[in-house]
Design a protein around this ligand. Structure first.
Ligand SMILES: Cc1cc2nc3c(=O)[nH]c(=O)nc-3n(C[C@H](O)[C@H](O)[C@H](O)COP(=O)(O)O)c2cc1C
Length: 220
């Protein structure tokens, strides 16, 4: 990896850790709520990607883990479960045949190369009944200021025309990192809510109240 790029990311992650510890909660990037477009009545799906479920090891041994109510899990997974519990949504874990390194340094390098290659990791889990859902929450960690490449595979596979997509991210300083606009480009006939939820990995375990407040703001 380009050493300057790596240094910038390390500095960012360190500064973000300090900032995150100094603050709490995680609501963010809230310029345009757009909540009038949210259908809160129909069936809801929460789809998410978390490194911990795609590393070939248990969550504790993975590169990224948080403990909620005594259970270790991926950070995006934890937030996805909070949204699903609050809204009564179904949960869908995005899985890939790619086995991501369980070591953080190796994962950072691996994801950097994946992004440089504009890779499309193969999906091994598939939503069979997407037609059932009017509203789909879609969550992932920010990797290298963007979605993990597997999310590009995900948006290649599905057509969300006519549906409402509500993004959420976990991060270490980059917040939503412009990903709702990228999703809107990939899914031009979907309504993409710009008021996505975002929380730092340090605050994710205790984000349930912030998640609930955000959901009330969207009309749930
Ligand atoms: C490969 C990689 C790249 C990352 N890049 C960023 C980044 O650019 N900005 C940021 O804020 N956090 C970054 N992070 C931190 C992750 O967003 C954070 O660890 C997240 O909570 C992981 O979620 P997960 O447990 O669901 O995989 C990166 C983490 C990894 C592993």
């Amino acid at each position: 990896m380009n050493p300057i790029k790596k240094m910038v990311l390390c500095v960012l992650l360190t500064l973000a850790l300090i900032a995150a510890l100094a603050s709490c909660g995680g609501k963010g990037d809230t310029a345009d709520p757009g909540s009038a477009d949210v259908d809160t009545e129909g069936k809801i799906l929460v789809a998410y990607f978390s490194a911990a479920e795609n590393s070939g090891v248990d969550a504790v041994s993975s590169a990224s883990v948080v403990t909620v109510d005594g259970e270790a899990k991926g950070v995006s997974q934890a937030v996805a479960e909070m949204i699903a519990e609050d809204t009564g949504a179904d949960l869908f874990s995005i899985r890939t045949s790619t086995v991501y390194p369980a070591n953080m340094g190796e994962l950072i390098d691996y994801a950097d190369k994946e992004q440089d290659d504009n890779a499309r990791p193969e999906l091994t889990s598939h939503i069979e009944n997407l037609d059932d859902y009017a509203t789909v929450f879609i969550g992932f960690p920010i990797w290298w200021y963007d979605m993990p490449q597997v999310m590009y595979s995900f948006f290649d596979e599905y057509d969300f025309s006519g549906k409402t997509i509500i993004p959420f991210t976990v991060h270490n300083g980059s917040r939503l990192s412009g990903t709702p606009a990228k999703i809107a480009e990939l899914e031009p006939d979907a309504t993409v809510i710009s008021d996505g939820f975002t929380v730092s990995m340090q605050n994710a375990a205790n984000a349930a109240e912030d998640v609930a407040e955000w959901l009330r703001g969207l009309g749930f």
